[in-house]
Design a protein around this ligand. Structure first.
Ligand SMILES: Cc1cc2nc3c(=O)[nH]c(=O)nc-3n(C[C@H](O)[C@H](O)[C@H](O)COP(=O)(O)OP(=O)(O)OC[C@H]3O[C@@H](n4cnc5c(N)ncnc54)[C@H](O)[C@@H]3O)c2cc1C
Length: 298
């Protein structure tokens, strides 16, 4: 089922993002963990796509496992990095043959060692072109990435917002946000998207921090600001990783509770393949699940 259909039957949706492990042993372990993750009833599971090399085929393998073995909707991330449009077409055919019906359409970050994104020959320069190509082909629901604080490469927030709206107008069904740690950014961005005529679901992406260094690294990569309260709290527990991770989860849960109380369309959990956060977040989202306005209207 395409995820757009899920949004019509229930909200808020609860989705989990996983990354493909690098080794066959890691893949086996993740599959075991997925059986446990399934017990927390995510509406769908998305699997990231590497910048190149070893794990790209694993995205497809994990998605197929989620869909075929667990009966949960899967969303395969796909980027424009190093792919011609012909290769993208072949990858979509492969995913379709595995029963995958949803794609997170991304430009992707430049591969390691490359400072700027270089469009591949006969490939796409921006996610909007990938969205158009998938829409023209048909057969898939499409999610796109969004940036409450603006994309790091955009000259300013307004330009980032304009490109965001273009991607949705090109045929995306819904938006999943980049991680943010201050909900005020998400609410401002959502207001601007709605004012620009976007009616598609816009889902906040939340990453529970596990250490000051870790969250600092993620934040620097994507240009998100780390609130002092979170940074100082994590630094206090630097010598106690378990306490730091508990503190990060409590911070994220407060963020999520506030977002749910404001009626967001869903919660997308950047789970980093960890079970602890999945347990807590799924229980909280379940408490807020009510028939969607659309479903109530029948
Ligand atoms: C939910 C989510 C999941 C992600 N999953 C992955 C993953 O699996 N693998 C991975 O490698 N990365 C992933 N990323 C990171 C993402 O690839 C990066 O943020 C990347 O830098 C931008 O991708 P995009 O699809 O948003 O690109 P785009 O929407 O193409 O935007 C990239 C930049 O180009 C600009 N731009 C867009 N359209 C135009 C235009 N028409 N003309 C001029 N400029 C334009 C934008 O303003 C922006 O600065 C994910 C991000 C999110 C939020």
């Amino acid at each position: 089922m395409q995820i757009a259909e899920l949004f019509k039957t229930r909200r808020p949706l609860f989705s989990i993002e996983l990354f493909p492990p690098k080794t066959p042993e890691g893949v086996s372990k993740l599959k075991e963990k997925l059986d446990e993750i399934a017990a927390h009833s995510p509406d769908y599971i998305s699997v990231t796509y590497g910048a190149g090399g070893g794990t790209r085929h694993t995205t497809r393998e994990i998605c197929a496992y989620v869909k075929q073995k667990l009966g949960i909707e899967a969303m395969a991330h796909l980027t424009c990095v190093s792919h011609s449009s012909g290769e993208i077409g072949a990858l979509l055919d492969d995913l379709e043959s595995d029963g995958i019906e949803n794609i997170m359409a991304l430009r992707g970050d430049p591969p390691q060692g490359q400072e700027r994104f270089v469009p591949p020959e006969d490939g796409f320069a921006h996610a909007v072109q990938l969205v158009r190509a998938i829409r023209a082909r048909g057969g898939f629901g499409i999610g796109v990435a969004g940036y409450p604080e603006g994309h790091v490469e955009a000259p300013d927030y307004q330009v980032s917002l304009r490109h965001q709206v273009e991607k949705i107008q090109a045929g995306a069904d819904f938006v999943v946000s980049q991680l943010f740690m201050d909900n005020a950014y998400f609410y401002r961005w959502l207001e601007h998207l709605r004012a620009a005529g976007v009616t598609a679901p816009v889902v906040p992406g939340i990453l529970p921090a596990v250490s000051a260094k870790g969250i600092g690294r993620f934040a620097a990569l994507c240009g998100a600001k780390v609130p002092d309260q979170l940074r100082v709290g994590l630094e206090r527990f630097e010598a106690h990783p378990e306490s730091a991770s508990a503190f990060g989860l409590v911070f994220a849960m407060r963020q999520i509770e506030d977002l749910l109380s404001q009626g967001v369309d869903g919660i997308h959990l950047y789970a980093l393949n960890r079970l602890e956060s999945i347990r807590s977040v799924s229980a909280l989202v379940a408490g807020y699940r009510i028939p969607s306005a659309g479903a109530a209207r029948g």
